[in-house]
Design a protein around this ligand. Structure first.
Ligand SMILES: Nc1ncnc2c1ncn2[C@@H]1O[C@H](COP(=O)(O)OP(=O)(O)OP(=O)(O)O)[C@@H](O)[C@H]1O
Length: 679
């Protein structure tokens, strides 16, 4: 076991690997925003229109103080400047009307920009995670991933949401307001704005803490969804062990932490808002006191003072609004960080640049010195808590010093440990086209791991795999997988109709081909017994079907694909005798003329296999045909006798069971002469 990671110095050191959603090396806020803008780029025309409308919208707050000044000094003060009450009111009315129309369209476009961008980003994230190998999924909780695809993508949208965009316009207005303030009375402007640097320092120093709290909020949300998805899918286990109370307690604890982090962010933001309020009020007080004195001394007109106050409001108003929406902004920034963290993880099973197309193949498979180690990345156990709770809060905090400059807010890397487990060591064998390779051996021996290399669910750490004499990594991954069908023990059927599930094997297949495949898989008859036949809708993961029915649909799906290579986890143990017979027949149909790798559970399969690989502790302990291995008297014979013993009815000797089993499989065995084993 080795440890890695960073204990929270704020330096993102790990780059993307598939062992986890490691932290992006993109560090600065600017880079983050620049990357984020790539998401906005396809919708630049919306953005341009929003900016144009935003500019128009600010005609109201910018022109109102001037018009008010004119109203007070020129119209009500009855100067002879040519302004009339009617003129001023008409201009006010036109500006207000324009503002309403502009606001309407701006909100409409902002909403459109947000929702289209969300769909675009979500698609990119989904496309990316589909490219990931199993190594990536080994280290992920489904709910955690969901949280990124749904929650973080939604949050990231807030950066182009109405409130935030308004704040950006507000900031532009601050510049205009400052200009008008200085042009009205620069002495007063300097006096009323001197508190701004204090606000800036408070802002930068509180902001980093808000960002850290937001990160903790999002990570905690990821944990909550991870556990929720796991527990909801395993509700049967929860209920059967009366685990509801414990689960609720855990949920309360997790959501409690989420609330605490959210409240911390809110509190900090609130504090910032109030500091900005104090600064704003102080500016206003100074203006009334000093500006009032100026008016009394005749150095300033009443209209100018009122206009000055209005512009000052437009200066401090946006600053305060920004402090208030800062939580949303910081949260959106951490959502974006988390999306990039995911997008930066490079898939470790990739297509070569000039990969060979593979239209058809013979199905000749050779493993040469293949070794593999699983690496599981886990959160480092905490040592500083009483309960050592695995999903406990963040360790990362900004260091405590007060910054006299804007502090860096690089994402931190959570400390992790990597557990390594060698699953296969130096595996070599050769399966000729059409041969059946049976994998037998004790639990945990490495049988499932071995078959995962053929469709490249994983790539071997050492050694190579050859298909028709070429390294499989040279072939186009998509083409390679077209040649292979996988039927697993726990076959997953998707929500949809029976037809949808079978045609998934080859989407361009005709209805007749689907029916033929279902017939060969012994599934047609039970499908036709249902009122809606092939249009019957299956529940999530095909829950409405029995184990045998599910398996036969999965076999039909594989048959429709018509692959040259077949991978089977032959699970018939859960089936009753009748189902086993029909599933066995379906499997036999499926295996015809294909190179088949089968994790064999039934004696009949093992006996008939061309090559039996007896796996033990990541090695091939023995190999050969059934007879050869029996004669050898090693691990295979031991396993074989154990299985016979388990099958033995009361009072029957092992030899008699073996004879019965041999008779049962004799016909099939005769049809298929064992081929010489080449290992
Ligand atoms: N995703 C994984 N991450 C870490 N270790 C794993 C993973 N999958 C399997 N292992 C480990 O690799 C070893 C081989 O497992 P594998 O599933 O290949 O065995 P198996 O022979 O198929 O067992 P079984 O017959 O019980 O299914 C075991 O020690 C197992 O704990």
């Amino acid at each position: 076991m080795s440890t890695g990671g960073d204990s929270g110095t704020g330096k993102g050191t790990r780059t993307g690997t598939e062992t986890g959603t490691s932290t992006s090396t993109e560090s600065s806020k600017k880079k983050l925003i620049r990357r984020y803008l790539q998401f906005v780029k396809p919708y630049w025309h919306y953005l341009a229109a929003i900016v144009a409308l935003g500019m128009l919208q600010y005609v109201v707050p910018l022109s109102s103080p001037w018009l008010t000044k004119i109203l007070i000094d020129d119209v009500l003060g009855q100067s002879d400047s040519g302004w009339t009450l009617k003129k001023v009111v008409v201009i006010f009315a036109s500006i207000y009307a324009m503002s309403v129309v502009v606001s309407f369209f701006k909100s409409l476009l902002t909403a459109r920009l947000g929702s289209q961008m969300v769909a675009f980003v979500r698609r990119q994230v989904y496309e990316h995670i589909q490219k990931m190998s199993q190594r990536f999924y080994d280290n992920q909780q489904v709910g955690g991933l969901l949280s990124r695809v749904i929650h973080d993508v939604n949050g990231a949208q807030n950066l182009v949401g109405n409130t935030v965009i308004n704040v950006l316009f507000d900031l532009v207005m601050v510049i205009f307001a400052a200009f008008f303030l200085f042009s009205l009375n620069w002495h007063l402007a300097l006096l009323s704005l001197w508190l701004l640097p204090i606000y800036y320092l408070s802002f930068t120093n509180l902001n980093i803490r808000i960002r850290y709290a937001s990160r903790a909020v999002n990570r905690q949300m990821e944990r909550i969804s991870g556990v929720l998805v796991e527990r909801i899918s395993g509700m049967k286990v929860v209920q059967s062990f009366n685990g509801e109370h414990t689960e609720l307690e855990r949920f309360d604890k997790q959501t409690g932490r989420h609330i605490n982090h959210s409240l911390a962010a809110q509190l900090l933001s609130n504090l910032l808002g109030r500091i900005s309020e104090i600064v704003g009020h102080s500016g206003t007080l100074i203006t009334w006191a000093v500006g009032g004195a100026f008016v009394l001394n005749g150095e300033m007109s009443i209209g100018s003072l009122i206009a000055f106050q209005a512009f000052l409001g437009q200066m401090y108003g946006p600053i305060q609004r920004f402090a208030d929406v800062n939580v949303t902004v910081q949260n959106a920034m951490t959502n974006i960080e988390r999306i990039f963290e995911l997008l930066d993880v490079e898939p470790d099973v990739r297509n070569k640049d000039n990969a060979l197309p593979l239209k058809s193949c013979q199905g000749d498979i050779r493993f040469k010195n293949v070794s593999f180690t699983y690496e599981t990345e886990l959160p480092a156990p905490r040592t500083d808590t009483v309960h050592n709770d695995p999903d406990l809060v963040e360790l990362q905090k900004p260091d405590r010093s007060f910054y006299w400059y804007p502090p860096k807010t690089n994402p931190t890397v959570l400390p992790t440990t990597v557990e390594s487990r060698t699953a296969l060591e130096s595996i070599s064998f050769h399966a000729k086209p059409g041969q059946v390779v049976a994998l037998v051996g004790p639990s945990g021996a490495g049988k499932s791991t071995l078959i995962n290399f053929i469709p490249r669910f994983y790539d071997a750490d050492q050694g190579s795999l050859y298909l028709d004499g070429r390294d499989i990594k040279e072939y186009d991954l998509h083409d390679l997988r077209k040649q292979i069908a996988v039927v697993l023990q726990d076959n997953i059927l998707f929500s949809g109709t029976v037809y949808d599930n079978i045609v998934y094997g080859r989407p361009e297949a005709s209805m007749n081909e689907v029916i033929e495949a279902a017939k060969a898989a012994n599934a047609h008859d039970f499908i036709m017994k249902w009122e809606k036949g092939y249009s019957t809708v299956l529940g999530e993961r095909g829950l409405r079907l029995s184990g045998g029915q599910k398996q036969r649909l999965a076999i039909a799906r594989a048959l429709l694909k018509d692959p040259k290579i077949l991978i089977l986890d032959e699970a018939t143990s859960a089936l009753d005798a009748e189902s086993e017979a029909v599933v066995t027949e379906a499997l036999d149909n499926l295996m015809k003329n294909r190179t088949t790798f089968i994790i064999a559970h039934r004696l009949a399969t093992v006996v008939r296999a061309d090559i039996i690989l007896v796996m033990d502790n990541g090695h091939i302990a023995e190999h050969g045909t059934h007879e050869q291995l029996l004669q050898k008297g090693g691990l295979y014979r031991e396993l074989y006798e154990k299985q016979l013993k388990a099958m033995r009815p009361e009072g029957l000797e092992i030899a008699e069971v073996a004879a019965a089993s041999a008779t049962a499989t004799a016909a099939a065995a005769q049809a298929q002469q064992p081929a010489p084993v080449t290992v």
